[in-house]
Design a protein around this ligand. Structure first.
Ligand code: WTA
Length: 635
């Protein structure tokens, strides 16, 4: 057990050293002691970052749901597995015990199976944060189908692109969703998306908002009556360690979204191990991560990590501002939440409101606070620490990515002394490296560079679905023999890491990764637009907001600018979703370009951030004069 629950700093260093000296031995011991296997592995690790090919626990056989559900039944049968807190605080919360979870997952597994879904088939899940969402992930895993959850805030175009990319045969959705005081017509979005998805033969619809939706004959069916009739047991499909568990799309700096593929055994071991350590979860705790299961944070730290540890995990359907800005703290008080995990953007939004929204609740149940998704600024860190944690709760600033499957750098509460804005130290098994411009690893402390990882860990994504070359080019080509994260970081005098942000064309807005290319593609589809460039600029609450520079075609010049701005944002909403809307749009006569035709985003970024005192070298520009015009007219 000693490797599994780290209790003080010295122990962390001991465990860390062991994990680096003998990674295979380290991960073998954890896998052996803490999980159930149908068959043990032949080799712990095979890897070659030049291909890249990574296999953990090859030869092993297992089912992740057996580890997340069945094995708990003899001791935790009546313990709450999922605690569902609805959007409306007057609707009663629902406790789903491990026993009930097993029955629901098995019923849904039978439903999927009766609809012809088999091991290896892809199922797209487009559901709001209701229990059916978690259950559907587990039901897919039970029968060996590969789930691909699409965040239910994405548009129909984004949804159809993802359905077609992974070749899904089935979509799970609902008649709609609640979001604060609003409802959203999810089924309508699915109907639109499916116009472009000929391979989807079946749509199962969960009832949530009782709206009047159209069910397409022969394709759509209500989920509840099927579940009712279904048998409540389903033997777990025996999976290979490296069988795909899920595909989750993330934005790239260019073109199509990347379907990151995660496999079964390594992902299970790493998400469970990090959950236990980063949140110091104890049997009686109630753990709450406010993310949506549509993102990796929800996969690893609402569903798989917590359930593999037999935890009680809260699923929250609502938003932090409904019915008022005290909602998070109301829920913490009501369910006596012990670990609370959220995003810096939510903290910043709540910190702007009256402090009474926090102080009127009893938050004494809290033990550990977490953040994820983007760098947390010092002010937000202190507000969280002072007012939510009342200076008693360590804050774990967890750095990781969709690609990494689990947390790579984070303090371990009560062991690692925290430092505002620092993700601090690597988890056991994680070997970070900072690289300089010449591709050399930077040694020593008090340095900064581009963040890479030198050695594989169990939950690293194995490929981009259908595009292994892109996987190699994106992550393993910038620095030979290393996984490149796309982030910059600095290492302070004691070896703590601080993530400074993306060094590529991905912009993080309210914790959501947005690639510039797909947004620009959407804008450029507007008939009046000739070309566009998107950059991020600092925003109080969102962290970054989007600033668009747009060149109009001649035909667009005479159009009303305000209307054009609305239409451009409408295009973005249709193609990607409202999260990618631009805060500012500036119409420009041209864009600063290098002689090779590349847009010099560095300059656009500075203008958008009103940081124009030193624009750096503009001599290599093809059209330096355009910079003055853009500056003069900037918003
Ligand atoms: C950023 C989310 C600073 C980072 C789990 C990373 C962070 C990207 C942090 C991945 C953090 C995430 N501090 N930056 N604690 N956590 N990031 O794939 O730029 O949605 O590369 O995964 O978010 O975002 P993704």
């Amino acid at each position: 057990m000693s490797n599994y629950h780290i209790k003080h700093l010295e122990e962390y260093f001991q465990v860390y050293r062991k994990s680096v000296r003998n990674p295979e031995g380290f991960w073998e011991e954890i896998a052996e002691e803490h999980f159930v296997w149908r068959k043990k592995w032949n080799t712990v690790l095979d890897w070659d970052f030049s291909k890249p090919e990574i296999k953990w626990y090859d030869g092993a056989k297992l089912n992740i749901t057996e580890n997340c559900i069945d094995r708990h039944l003899h001791i935790r049968s009546d313990k709450t597995a999922i605690l569902f807190e609805p959007n409306n605080p007057n609707e009663e919360a629902r406790h789903i015990t491990y026993k009930q979870l097993k029955e629901k997952v098995c019923k849904m597994a039978n439903v999927l199976s009766e609809k012809g879904i088999k091991k290896g088939d892809r199922v797209v899940i487009y559901l709001p944060m209701i229990p059916e969402l978690a259950i559907s992930l587990l039901a897919c895993a039970r029968i060996g189908a590969v789930h691909s959850v699409v965040f239910a805030g994405f548009s129909s175009t984004a949804l159809s692109t993802r359905i077609n990319d992974c070749g899904a045969k089935m979509v799970l959705t609902s008649d709609g969703s609640y979001r604060g005081s609003k409802t959203i017509d999810l089924k309508g979005i699915v109907d639109d998306a499916l116009e472009d998805c000929p391979d989807v033969k079946s749509v199962l619809v969960a009832k949530r908002i009782n709206s009047n939706i159209v069910m397409k004959k022969g394709r759509d069916e209500w989920l509840a009556p099927l579940m009712e009739k279904a048998y409540g047991d389903y033997p777990p499909e025996v999976m290979d360690a490296e069988d795909p568990l899920f595909i989750l799309y993330t934005s790239g700096s260019t073109g199509r979204p990347k379907g990151m593929m995660h496999t079964t055994a390594g992902y299970m071991v790493y998400s469970a191990y990090t959950f236990k350590n980063v949140f110091q979860y104890r049997e009686e705790d109630v753990y709450w991560c406010t993310a949506d299961i549509g993102w990796i944070t929800g996969h690893s730290y609402i569903v798989y990590g917590p359930l593999a540890n037999g935890a009680t995990t809260v699923m929250f359907e609502g938003v932090p501002s409904y019915p008022d800005f005290g909602r998070f703290w109301d829920v913490v008080q009501k369910h006596k939440v012990s670990q609370f995990y959220t995003a810096p953007t939510a903290i910043r939004a709540l910190a702007k409101e009256n402090l009474d929204f926090v102080t009127k609740y009893d938050l004494s149940s809290l033990k550990v606070l977490g953040t994820v998704g983007e760098p947390i600024n010092e002010e937000a860190w202190h507000w969280y620490n002072d007012h939510v944690g009342e200076k008693k709760c360590p804050i774990v600033d967890t750095w990781w990515q969709t690609e990494t499957g689990g947390i790579l750098i984070s303090p371990i509460p009560f062991a690692t002394p925290t430092k505002p804005t620092y993700a601090t130290l690597p988890m056991p098994g994680i070997q970070p490296a900072l690289m300089d411009e010449n591709g050399e690893e930077i040694q020593g402390n008090q340095v900064d560079g581009r963040l890479c990882v030198k050695f594989p860990w169990p939950s690293i994504a194995r490929t981009i679905w259908g595009d292994h070359k892109r996987y190699k080019d994106t992550y393993f080509s910038a620095y030979e023999g290393k996984y490149f994260t796309g982030d910059g970081a600095l290492r302070d005098e004691v070896g703590y890491y601080r993530i400074t942000g993306r060094v590529d064309d991905v912009i993080i807005v309210s914790g959501h990764n947005l690639g510039t290319a797909p947004i620009e593609d959407a804008i450029n589809e507007h008939p009046a637009v000739a070309e566009s460039a998107i950059v991020g600029f600092p925003h109080d609450i969102k962290g970054n907001a989007l600033y668009g520079y747009v060149i109009l075609k001649e035909t667009g010049e005479s159009r009303n600018r305000d209307n054009l701005k609305k239409e451009i944002n409408q295009m973005i909403t249709e193609h990607i979703g409202p999260i990618a809307k631009l805060n500012k749009i500036q119409f420009v006569p041209g864009l600063p370009k290098t002689r090779s035709g590349k847009i010099m985003r560095r300059i656009l970024r500075k203008i958008a951030s009103k940081d124009t005192s030193n624009l750096g070298d503009t001599s290599t520009l093809l059209n330096p004069e355009v910079v003055d015009t853009i500056m003069k007219e900037s918003l």
